[in-house]
Every structure is written in C-alpha cells, then in structure tokens.
Ligand binder design. Structure first.
Ligand SMILES: [Mn+2]
Length: 420
C-alpha cells in the first residue's frame, strides 16, 4: 500500500497583500497528478490545512474541490487538525466526508480511540492502522505534577503528549493485533531547524518532543508543524514533510517535498520494522526574493529575476539617503518604472540613514519596527516641553510593566501562537 504524507498547506495565506491562492491551485494540480502517477491509495495531511480558524469561502472551495478530485481517483484521505486549524471548521463536514473515505480529526474527541483509523486495501483486507493524532492543546492532555514554573509546565506537556502516543500504541496493539501501524502528529520535536519567522516556537526547546521517546510501536511518524522538511532525532522514519509552498520570504530557500510511504518496503531498525519514505520534490511554482541595497543595486538585481510558473514575489529593503517625502516619491517612481511580468513587488521598506524618527515612521507606514520609547520620545518633542522629564520617567515605568506582561503572555501562548 502506498501513502503520501503532506502537511502545512496554510490555505488562505497572504504574503503582505498577495494571496498565495494561485500556487496552492498549482500545487493541488501537481499533487493530484502525483497521486495518480505513483498509484497512491491514502493521502495523509498532518495539520494546518488552513492558515486561519475561519477560512475564506475561496479557501474552503479550494479544499473541497481538491477532496472531490481525490474521490474520483479513489484515493482515501486522512486529515488531522493543526494549531492554525479550528477543530470545528475541519470537523463540521466530517460525518459526510466519512462516507466518501475521507477521515477528518480536527481535534481530540472524547472517545480517543476514534483516532485509530483502520485502512483497508482494494481487496477489503485490513492492511494498516493510522493513529491520526491532531495538534494536542494543553486541555487535551493529562498534565500531572506541579506547574510552578514555565519549565515544569513544559515538561508536563511533553509527558502528556508522549503519554497520549503510548496510550494509542497500547490501544492499537489490543484492538488490531499484528496489524502494522503508523502515526500522524502536529507537534514540535527537539532539534529541528526553523526559519526566523518560526523561532518563537523554539523557546529553548521547551515543550519539544524527543523523537527517541516516541513509542516504537509505530513504523512511521507523519509529522506537520515545522515548515522545513527534515528527519527528527536522526530517525529517517520520523519525518516532517514541510510546507509544499513557501509561506514567508524566510522559507524561500527551503526544499519542498511530499513523502511517499510504501508499506511493502519495510526496513528493520533496532529490532523493529520501520517505513522509510521516498522524497518527491514539489516543483517551484513561485520564487520569493528578498533584495536590499540602494536603488541602483536593486535595479541590477531585478534584471536577473526570472519567473517560475507564477511571477516572483519581491520584498525590497531600500537603503537611500534623503528626506522622507522625496524618497517616497523616488521609490514610487522607481517601482513603477521597473515593473516587469517576471515579478511583483509585494513589499518595500525604505531605510534612510539621515531621516529623523518621525520621517522613518512616515517612510515605513508603520510604527511596528520602532521601539515604544522612540515613539513616545517623538510625542514628547511635539508636546508639553515643560513636563518632559516626569512624563518620560512615568512612561518608562509603565512600559516596563507592559513589556514584562507581554513577555509573560507570549511564553504562555508559545505553543499555540506560532507562525507554523
Ligand atoms: Mn504550519
């Protein structure tokens, strides 16, 4: 039996104002053809189907249209929810989809054995069991012991997740003795490499699963959550397939793949059987390119860009000197003059070394990249010169409290509130 492992589609994702709808459509076309070409019988989708909990009509339509195409080619589907997915959104049509050989586990259900999905081959023989584990939220886990510190809490989460997999391995062994089993997961494993947009999930590997601790009952782990394809813990049967479409400029250089598991090809590893998948590279549908330098240097680099199936998306960081208003006009004209079908400027950031803070704010159209102290200083300069000292002291004190609180909240949410 052949299975294909994919994850982290993030349908509905936007890069700046550009929706990635076209590359997702091309990916689905390619994936369908790949499923036909390799005679894949089961597609595993390990979480983050959608980018948001409440996907747009277009995203939902793209998802259901693709599922309909899979039905036509008799490919079974198992979908699990990721941290970006709303379990309710994914689960809403699950009863209907079940009749079409599409199993959806948006989140944990009260009866945990629903995660064990028996897979039958074309001759109606039970060939495999898939432990379809969705993203596990803290409330899904049995957390034991003290939770006074962040570290203790994180350790409980790790123990809870591992306990959950051990429980499923035990259930699987008693319910389906002798039947090979694999597991899915949307989790953060120890030792993975992530992009700069993903670094807030690392937090010093807090809450990360050591692949070597996962129960060896399962012959393959089809993981999602990390967007860069990779093995985990040196085990080539514990795999992140990664995102098939780059979702940020920092992911542009990642390899893109789906993984093909052939259950007729098992490998012995330390006294157990494992399935080592074959990597099938996903074509590049669109380049994401970051350029920086002055306008002359950028003009040279823009000339080099060639399109893939879709025009490249370009993120510009322009370093020039001059006043904000002049620079803005200059850059506006530059971009207009340098339009080509090979690319689309998705974003531009102008950095002027001699611009004042207020000018820099105007240039970037955002205060996000400027420290709160600087913004307040700007305000002080414009108003109430007599009370500057006392107001500044008061602000700094308040800001310290707010920043500490934000940091605390960030820590608490670090598992769920991630870019992955
Ligand atoms: Mn993701």
């Amino acid at each position: 039996m052949k299975l294909l492992h994919t994850s982290d589609w993030h349908l509905g994702k936007k890069l700046y104002k550009v929706e990635l709808r076209q590359e997702h459509a091309l990916f689905f076309d390619w994936l369908l053809q790949t499923i036909v070409d390799y005679e894949v019988e089961v597609l595993l989708v390990s979480g983050d189907v959608f980018d948001t909990a409440y996907p747009s009509q277009e995203s939902l339509e793209a998802y259901y249209r693709f599922l309909a195409q899979l039905i036509k080619v008799s490919c079974k589907v198992i979908v699990t929810g990721g941290n970006h997915d709303s379990p309710y959104t994914l689960n809403a049509p699950s009863e209907l989809l079940q009749h079409l050989d599409i199993t959806v586990l948006g989140g944990l259900e009260q009866d945990r054995t629903t995660q064990l999905v028996p897979v039958y081959n074309a001759h109606h023989d039970l060939e495999l069991v898939v432990a379809a584990v969705p993203f596990l939220r803290d409330q899904d886990l049995i957390l034991e012991g003290p939770e006074d510190t962040q570290e203790e809490r994180a350790q409980q989460v790790v123990d809870g997740i591992l306990g959950h997999y051990r429980y499923l391995a035990g259930e699987c062994a008693s319910k389906y003795p002798g039947v090979p089993a694999i597991a899915m997961g949307h989790l953060f494993a120890k030792g993975v490499t992530t992009s700069d947009t993903e670094k807030n999930i690392q937090v010093g590997n807090l809450g990360a699963i050591d692949a070597l601790d996962l129960p060896d009952y399962f012959r393959y782990y089809a993981l999602g959550h990390i967007h860069k394809p990779q093995w985990v813990g040196g085990l080539d049967f514990v795999r992140y397939c990664g995102a098939p479409v780059p979702l940020s400029f920092s992911e542009a250089h990642y390899a893109r793949e789906v993984l093909l598991i052939d259950t007729s090809r098992q490998l012995e590893y330390q006294g157990r059987y494992t399935y080592v998948p074959a990597s099938i590279p996903v074509p590049e549908f669109r380049k994401l390119i970051r350029l920086h330098g002055n306008l002359d240097a950028i003009a040279e680099q823009l000339k080099e860009i060639s399109a893939s199936a879709l025009p490249a998306l370009v993120d510009l960081e322009i370093h020039e000197s001059g006043s904000a208003s002049l620079l803005q006009q200059k850059v506006f004209a530059f971009i207009k003059d340098h339009q080509r079908p090979e690319y689309l400027v998705a974003n531009r950031k102008i950095i002027s070394e001699d611009a004042s803070i207020s000018e820099q704010v105007a240039l970037e159209h955002t205060i996000d990249s400027i420290a709160p102290e600087q913004v307040f200083e700007l305000l002080l300069q414009q108003q109430v010169p007599s009370q500057q000292e006392s107001l500044r002291a008061l602000f700094l004190e308040l800001n310290q409290i707010v920043q500490a609180e934000l940091k605390e909240q960030e820590k608490i949410r670090f598992r769920e509130n991630t870019s992955n």
